[in-house]
Write a protein that binds this ligand. Structure first.
Ligand code: CDP
Length: 220
């Protein structure tokens, strides 16, 4: 199986770029952030707050991801929650949830099952470091916080979600701190990952650049 790992902070464009790259390679695209978001969504729905209760709640959570038409759908206990996991409440909580050891352990096996059966482009925070340490190609995608916040703002506006740029920038900065400083599987560039800063690149230019890096690596 061939695997491509794409890691980076919030709003670096990972998911959009990974999806497009996967399409061009004929691989499936796995957005691992959606798994953490699904857990955060469940906890909000069921008003579960403390770590001990969260660990207990994992026993009642069944998450599946399906790839109809190569598009990822997230199924939580039988319900399709693909769109619901993007709401701001989930975004606010998700980094708190993703730092918990039991949560990461719970989601590890879901990710490993997918990798063992498919050629993947997988994006997240710990893909090149923990989930796919032997990935054929590793990319670390980044951009300035302002640039990432602006992109996220436009993305939410375009999908009809009401939002405020300053709040998004605050969230981006807070999540950067939470994701890079947590004890388990923090966001960091794997030593063998290629760093790509997309601050001054358009989406199309970023996609072209990543495809170029991948094909050079796969054919070297
Ligand atoms: O798309 P966005 O950058 O907003 O974030 P995401 O990829 O949906 O991930 C949401 C959150 O899940 C991140 O801020 C991390 O706290 C967590 N996450 C993680 O810990 N490990 C991953 N492999 C993917 C996401």
């Amino acid at each position: 199986m061939i695997s491509i790992a794409i890691d980076g902070p919030a709003g670096a464009g990972k998911s959009t770029i990974a999806k497009s790259v996967a399409e061009s390679l004929g691989f499936i695209h796995v957005d691992t952030g959606a798994l953490y978001r699904a857990i955060a969504f469940y906890l909000i729905k069921n008003n579960i707050k403390n770590a001990e209760d969260i660990n207990k709640a994992l026993k009642s959570i069944n998450i599946k991801i399906s790839f109809e038409d190569k598009c990822q759908a997230v199924i939580l206990n039988g319900d399709d929650i693909t769109d619901l996991i993007r709401i701001p409440d989930v975004t606010l909580l998700v980094s708190e949830v993703s730092k918990l050891k039991e949560v990461r352990k719970f989601l590890l096996s879901i990710q490993q099952n997918i990798i063992s059966e498919n050629n993947v482009v997988m994006d997240g925070r710990d893909i090149g470091t923990v989930i796919l340490p032997k990935a054929n190609v590793k990319i670390f995608l980044t951009a300035s916080p302002e640039c990432r916040a602006k992109r996220r703002y436009l993305q939410l506006q375009n999908s009809g979600i009401n939002c405020n740029y300053d709040e998004i920038l605050k969230d981006v900065n807070l999540r950067d701190i939470a994701d890079t400083t947590r004890e388990i599987a923090p966001l960091k560039k794997a030593p063998d990952a290629i760093l790509v800063d997309t601050s001054s690149l358009s989406l199309d230019e970023s996609i072209q650049k990543i495809i170029e890096i991948i094909s050079n690596k796969l054919h070297s």
